[in-house]
Design a binder for this molecule. Sequence first.
Ligand SMILES: CC(=O)N[C@H]1[C@@H](OP(=O)(O)OP(=O)(O)OC[C@H]2O[C@@H](n3ccc(=O)[nH]c3=O)[C@H](O)[C@@H]2O)O[C@H](CO)[C@@H](O)[C@@H]1O
Ligand SMILES: C=C(OP(=O)(O)O)C(=O)O
Length: 416
Amino acid sequence: MDKLLITGGKRLSGDITISGAKNAALPILCAGLLTADTVQLSNVPHLQDVNTMLKLLRQMGLRVEQDGDRYSLNGGAIDKCEAPYEMVKTMRASILVLGPLLARFGEAKVSLPGGCAIGSRPVDQHIKGLQAMGADISIEAGYIHAKARKLKGARIVTDMITVTGTENLLMAATLAEGETVLENAAREPEVTDLANLLVAMGAKIDGIGTDRLVVQGVDKLHGASHTVIADRIETGTFLCAVAAAGGDVTLRNTRSDILEVAIDKLREAGAVITTGPDSIRVQMSARPKAVSFRTIEYPGFPTDMQAQFMALDCIAEGSSRVTETIFENRFMHVQELNRLGASIEIDGHTAIVQGVDKLVGAPVMATDLRASASLVIAALAAQGQTLVDRIYHLDRGYDRMEVKLSAVGANIERVK
Ligand SMILES: CC(=O)N[C@H]1[C@@H](OP(=O)(O)OP(=O)(O)OC[C@H]2O[C@@H](n3ccc(=O)[nH]c3=O)[C@H](O)[C@@H]2O)O[C@H](CO)[C@@H](O)[C@@H]1O
Ligand SMILES: C=C(OP(=O)(O)O)C(=O)O
């Protein structure tokens, strides 16, 4: 099993190119199921989750051609509407095939995703929404069995804001009969990116970027070309890495307008941040100042950046309060950060971080994707060597992180 060996204490300097967003690429790949025509994608990140999604889609009959970060998908020969447990268990986003399959083929059998390290993460809202659109859904032996001769437009108010729930229902609604209104829709930029592709494919969607999406169903969708948006979480992760280790790094092929809250927090922590049309430069020369925050849906502070900012707070001057409101159990990194010498206590959904003068390297274990990223950040700032185990979590969502970090001077290598 691969591990990362990191020797901390190096300042980072140079350029890093940001990849396409995992959380946009995954639903966008599923949108390839909605048409018999060809969908051309570029800026698709090289990630384990993308490989898993492509494997899942290929076994359904989707034809996929790849040339670097460009993919061509053709859904003209899909003959299997099933997502087996073996694939869904390694990637929850597999649930995103449910809406498109049901809308285009009238049936789908998708394994229930089950719980994961950050919480139970049910998919009841996806099911409730599809039922409102007339689907007949039963759950047997761990599988969602869904059928609908033709989905019908409906007004759907989800109990909470759900990102993949909004994406699933949005894709389903594009081919439903009549009008669907999605109230309380997620406004994450990745939802908007998917909606923009769907419109390019012939979907009729109003309210893109707002919490009320209105979709007029069409009989069929056609091919289109689309460039996946930049990964704002990868961007934020590298910004935190520089803020923690010190240095001067310019992130390229990215956007600052979809990461405003995190950028403001980094400025509050003492980083000097200069934004350009598709770049962000971060300079850090002093010890960071502690920053408190509360995770919330977009445009608020992203839960997917919580662990990385906590790593920064560990070595900051002062104390901070970090409150997680999206997931019930997203503090798995706390114990591992404490193993590096951090001083963090958990009180319910809040972590109280007392900044320490220094962290000291140690063997640690990654427990989920962003927890892994927080351990890398802490290790870059720590004295001595840290060995991060179980980095398959990291490979799910970061495109060659160790290569990008070594290129700006980090002492980091992948070891077996
Ligand atoms: C592939 C992808 O895009 N993943 C992102 C997506 O996950 P994902 O779409 O799974 O997260 P949701 O937005 O659905 O989850 C938000 C909250 O709603 C709850 N919930 C959700 C659906 C449902 O049917 N029932 C229910 O109770 C969840 O357990 C969670 O507590 O959004 C999360 C929140 O920004 C991010 O952390 C993930 O990186
Ligand atoms: C939680 C995440 O992803 P997923 O929903 O794919 O588990 C994430 O990207 O931080």
